[in-house]
Ligand binder design. Structure first.
Ligand SMILES: Nc1ncnc2c1ncn2[C@@H]1O[C@H](COP(=O)(O)OP(=O)(O)OP(=O)(O)O)[C@@H](O)[C@H]1O
Ligand SMILES: [Mg+2]
Length: 400
């Protein structure tokens, strides 16, 4: 019998692998974050689209421009052609016409965690796309990146290794005794009008160990700190989205405590579904345990979203059917199907909503956008149901 065994991988080889992996990431980031290339939002809307977004007619917009309530539309200096409206300009129109969808100050802000302890299920993808969906609708959005991998931070145009200081810019200092009293220090405006970001970087990974060590001594301080922090900034936003790391650590637990709503992305395949079932069980146990420390948390909604679903795979279809049967009340109706469009956008540290020009005229793009919009609309409705000031409008729309 051949007893030769594959030689074990040495530590040196592993560290070589690590360095090579870092090189790949650096190259990608060099391309996206090349000096002088600040990420910008190229989206422009013509008057017809703007009118739809604002909820008024094109004529109403033209009239307001003519009588000075709105500025004259921008034109290309050379060709004299209209440039179309930016998102900030569309929001200006919403302000003038009174159609901004903000919650009333007494309505609770939606603080939604996209949570699943399983990695790669589409948490960050959902967070970045939802944030932009809501921003396009005119909501005031905050994204909190709680994951040391910082993929969401990168998508919002910041290089986590260069633009984000470990000691000062992330959630980390907020967990220090005698640290900042509010989370304002960490809020950054992004190139998306109405999306603020609290960035992350690798420093949060070390923090995780530190928090674990402190857990025995001061469990409530660690576990409730994020919730307290979010409350210090919540008045400025309609929707706060939390993007946790894929592990059952202190940060993930604080995220569960900080949120008042939960969406659990789950690809309908055996392994991911099993992890989700496990996640639900752990969550139940952990939240029960945490409630013993005081401050039980209840959620205005907990929804499971089928992600990365491929209709061509019979196993996906079968498991999705089972999920619908087992959790009839708890599944979102919308499904985030598997789409090359999403994968390609992520590979470029970008999103489907940011694409412009020819790239948006393909059938793949249109379909993908329809999936994303359907998810966004469903969550928007759930959010608005938690806002008493929206109830009258919801009744009028026939959805309450
Ligand atoms: N609907 C989808 N269609 C195609 N690809 C997708 C879809 N959703 C996510 N992906 C891809 O799957 C990968 C993992 O997605 P993402 O980073 O959002 O997952 P995650 O749960 O945040 O991962 P982690 O646990 O590492 O934080 C990415 O490459 C992303 O482009
Ligand atoms: Mg992620």
């Amino acid at each position: 019998m051949d007893t030769t065994v594959i030689p074990p991988v040495s530590l040196e080889e592993l560290s070589l692998l690590t360095r090579r992996a870092s090189t790949v990431i650096e190259r990608l980031r060099e391309r996206v974050f090349a000096p002088g290339t600040q990420k910008r939002l190229e989206l422009r809307f013509n008057v017809r689209t703007a009118a739809e977004m604002v909820g008024r007619t094109e004529k109403a917009i033209r009239d307001a421009e003519a009588d000075g309530r709105l500025p004259e539309p921008e034109k290309d200096a050379e060709t004299g052609r209209r440039l179309g409206y930016s998102l900030a300009e569309v929001n200006r129109m919403r302000e003038v016409f009174g159609t901004l969808p903000h919650r009333a100050p007494d309505d609770p802000p939606l603080i939604m965690a996209v949570q699943n302890f399983k990695g790669g299920v589409g948490k960050s993808t959902l967070v970045t796309h939802l944030a932009q969906f809501f921003a396009l609708k005119g909501y005031r959005v905050c994204v909190i990146d709680c994951d040391s991998q910082a993929s969401t931070t990168a998508v919002f145009g910041m290089n986590p290794d260069v633009d984000v200081d470990e000691e000062e810019d992330t959630l980390y200092p907020f967990f220090r005794h005698g640290g900042p009293k509010t989370l304002h220090y960490a809020l950054r405006a992004t190139y998306w009008h109405n999306i603020a970001l609290i960035p992350a970087n690798l420093g949060l990974y070390d923090a995780e160990y530190e928090f674990a060590a402190r857990m025995a001594r001061e469990p409530t301080f660690i576990l409730d700190r994020l919730r307290e922090g979010v409350e210090t900034i919540a008045d400025q936003f309609d929707i706060i989205l939390l993007d946790p790391p894929p592990a059952l650590g202190m940060l993930s637990l604080s995220v569960l405590r900080a949120a008042n709503a939960l969406v659990i992305p789950t690809p309908p395949n055996n392994i991911d579904f099993a992890s989700t079932a496990h996640f639900l069980k752990m969550m139940e146990a952990t939240l029960g345990e945490l409630a013993l420390h005081g401050g039980a948390r209840s959620y205005s909604f907990v929804k499971i979203l089928a992600t990365k679903m491929n209709d061509q795979k019979s196993a996906h279809v079968a498991i999705k059917r089972m999920m619908d049967a087992v959790f009839p009340q708890d599944m979102l109706n919308a499904v985030l199907k598997d789409s090359a469009e999403i994968d390609n956008a992520t590979a470029n540290l970008s999103t489907v909503y940011e694409l412009t020009g020819a790239a948006t005229r393909t059938e793949t793009h249109r379909r993908c956008r329809a999936y994303l919009d359907a998810v966004g609309r469903e969550i928007e409705l759930l959010a608005r149901k938690t806002w008493p000031s929206h109830h009258r409008a919801l009744r009028k729309e026939g959805v309450l």
